[in-house]
Design a protein around this ligand. Structure first.
Ligand code: CAA
Length: 258
């Protein structure tokens, strides 16, 4: 399959997906979401790729689901084709870390796609919103759920019920975004972060991701139990032995991903 709506690139051990539908503000049409699904499948199955980055252009990350494509859809059609499900959730299921690098508009399904990633970094020009209410619908790719868990009920209600845009600094202060960089430095800083993560042993990286994500799905005591078992499991890895020995020997660890 050739990609028409995204650009897919390997940079060292980082897999980069760039949303590339400039004429439609990177609106997330079905074909684009199929392509993201395939690109994530490919990066996930490629052992040389350790971290994924999803980005858009400097002007727009993504202006949401494709309004023109869905405007006349009936309920029966949406239900039968499992709209905003079958090809929308691959990023959330990715076991490798995924960083969303957001510049410009990050709206509706675009914001929801960013929230499926593990870390959102933003340029100082980023604008986040869930504007679905303004077109007579609701955030439907996780906006009412993931945004609420991140920013809390009052802020999520305010954003989803008014559809207003939130700037990068406000997004940073709510915890939606991990770091904000000047627009010109966004990709360099994102790659620095991705390369740092890529230095660490894959099993420990994946266990951290799985454990943090578990915190959204379970009680504190069950989450702690899960975390404790994974912590104990790391003691069965060579990388834990190497990492701790290297600390004690005052040398750089040489991890083997096992
Ligand atoms: N779907 C389809 N096309 C879109 C689009 C979208 N979400 N957003 C922008 N476009 C198209 C425009 O229709 C326009 O196309 P034409 O040139 O053919 O007219 C082109 O992209 C450029 O857009 P604008 O002329 O509007 O550009 P602007 O700079 O004036 O405004 C914007 C930019 C603020 C992002 C504005 O385009 C906008 O508000 N877009 C829609 C945002 C929105 O409502 N998103 C939510 C979608 S619903 C959703 O995502 C549901 C869900 O939860 C899954």
């Amino acid at each position: 399959m050739t990609f028409e709506n995204i650009l897919v690139e390997k940079r060292g051990n980082i897999g980069l997906i760039t949303l590339n539908r400039p004429k439609a503000m990177n609106a997330l049409c079905g074909a684009l979401m199929d392509e993201i699904t395939l690109a994530v499948d490919q990066f996930e199955s490629n052992a040389a790729i350790r971290v994924l980055v999803i980005t858009g252009s400097e002007k727009v990350f993504a202006a949401g689901a494709d309004i023109k494509e869905m405007a006349t859809k009936t309920f029966a059609e949406a239900y039968k084709e499992d709209f905003v499900t079958k090809n929308w959730e691959r990023v959330a299921r990715c076991r490798k870390p995924v960083i969303a690098a957001v510049s410009g508009y990050c709206l509706g399904g675009g914001c929801e796609l960013a929230m499926m990633c593990d870390i959102i970094v933003a340029s100082d020009t980023a604008k986040f919103s869930q504007p679905e209410i303004t077109i007579g619908t609701i955030p439907g790719a996780g906006g009412t759920q993931r945004l609420t868990r991140v920013v809390g009920k009052s802020k999520a209600m305010e954003l989803c019920l008014t559809g207003r845009m939130m700037g990068a600094q406000e997004a940073l202060s709510t915890g939606l975004v991990a770091q904000v960089f000047p627009a010109a430095e966004l990709m360099a800083e994102t790659f620095k972060m991705a390369e740092k993560i890529a230095e660490f042993p894959v099993p420990a990286v994946m266990m951290i991701k799985e454990s943090v994500n578990r915190s959204y799905e379970t009680t504190l005591s069950e989450g702690l139990r899960f975390e404790r078992r994974l912590l104990q499991a790391t003691f069965a890895t060579e990388d834990q032995k190497e990492g701790m020995a290297a600390f004690i020997d005052k040398r750089k660890a040489s991890f083997k991903d096992r």
